[in-house]
Design a protein around this ligand. Sequence first.
Ligand SMILES: [Zn+2]
Length: 359
Amino acid sequence: MALHVRGVLLPDDEVRDLWLVGDRVTFEPVPGAETVVHGGYVLPGLTDAHCHIGIARGGAPITSIDEARELARVDRDAGVLAIRDAGSPYPYPELDDADDLPRLARAGRHVAPPKRYLRDIGVEVGAAEVAETVAAQAWAGNGWVKLVGDWIDRGVGDLAPAWDADTMTAAVEAAHAAGVRAAVHTFSESAVEIMVRAGVDSVEHGTGLSLDLIDLMARQGTALVPTMINIRTFGGIADQARGKFPGYADHMLALRDRFPTVVRAAHEAGVPIFVGTDAGGGIDHGLAAEEMLLLHEEAGMAPVDVLAAASWRAREWLGFPGLVEGGLADLVVYPEDPRADLRVVRTPTRIVLRGHVVR
Ligand SMILES: [Zn+2]
C-alpha cells in the first residue's frame, strides 16, 4: 500500500506532500494512500559512512549472518538507513537487498600490513601483494575497498605508514581499475600525506591532516570521514600504550587534541565531510546522532551542514538518491527543526525504510 507523507521537506525547506510507492518516491498524488507523517521535519534517511557490521563488540569478527542483521538493525532504529561498511572480516553480501535493513555500500576485508593491525580483521600482506589483494577485495565488497594506511610500528615506537608511496599509489590505481573507490584508515601525518597524494577517494579519521593537504583534498574532491567518536578514545589507547611506547602515546594525545581544529579547517576549505561513527569493535552501533552533535559542537559545523553530511549529501555520495521524484523511499522525521536545535536528531518520531514504517 502506498504511503503519504506531509511535512517540511529538507533541504528544500518547504511544506510538501510526497508519496511512497513500494521503494520509490513520487510527488504525484496517489489516491487511497495511508498518511504516516503529518507535520514535522522530513529528511532523507541518515547515513553512517564509517561503520563495521562485521566486527562484534570487543573487536572479534562476527560469526553469523544473524549478528550482522542485529547490528544493522541497531543503526536502522536510530534513523540510519544507509551504511558504508568500512571493512568487514565476515562476508555478508546476501544482506545487500534485505528488506528490513539499511542500504549497504561495503568494502571487503581491510587490506593491512603484516602483524600491524587489529587481530583477525584484515587480509595482511606485504608491499608486493597489495595491488592484487586490493583487486580481490574489490570483488568481495560492492563498491569500496579499505586500506590500512598506518598503525603503530613497534620497532619504531610510533605510528608509521603501512607501505611506501609507490605501493599506495598502485593500490589506489588497482581499486579504480576494478571499478571501486578506495577508503583509507590514517591517523598519522606521514601516511595521510602519502594517501591523499595517491588519489584515495576518502580519508577515514585523518587526524594527521595539514592545511596544505586539506587544500589538496578540497581541490581533488577527496572526502573526509572524521569519526570524532573514535578519536575521543585516543586517551585510553595512549594510557594502555604508555609503558612500552611513550612516544606513541604522546603522539596520539597530540593528534586527538588538535583534531577539532583539523575538521573545522577541512569543512571551511570545502572538503566533503560525512558522518561516520566507526561502530563495531570498541564503539557501539546507533550513535550517528552523537557524531552529528560532535561535528557541530566541537568542529563548529552549522547544523544544516551536519544534516547534509549525514543525510542528503552522504546519500548522493554513496549512490542512494534521496527524496526526489523517483528517489528511494527512506526518510526520518523530527518533531522540531533540527537546524534550530540539532539535539532533536537523537529522537526521530518516524522512520521509514524502503517504503516500510520502521517506527
Ligand atoms: Zn573503522
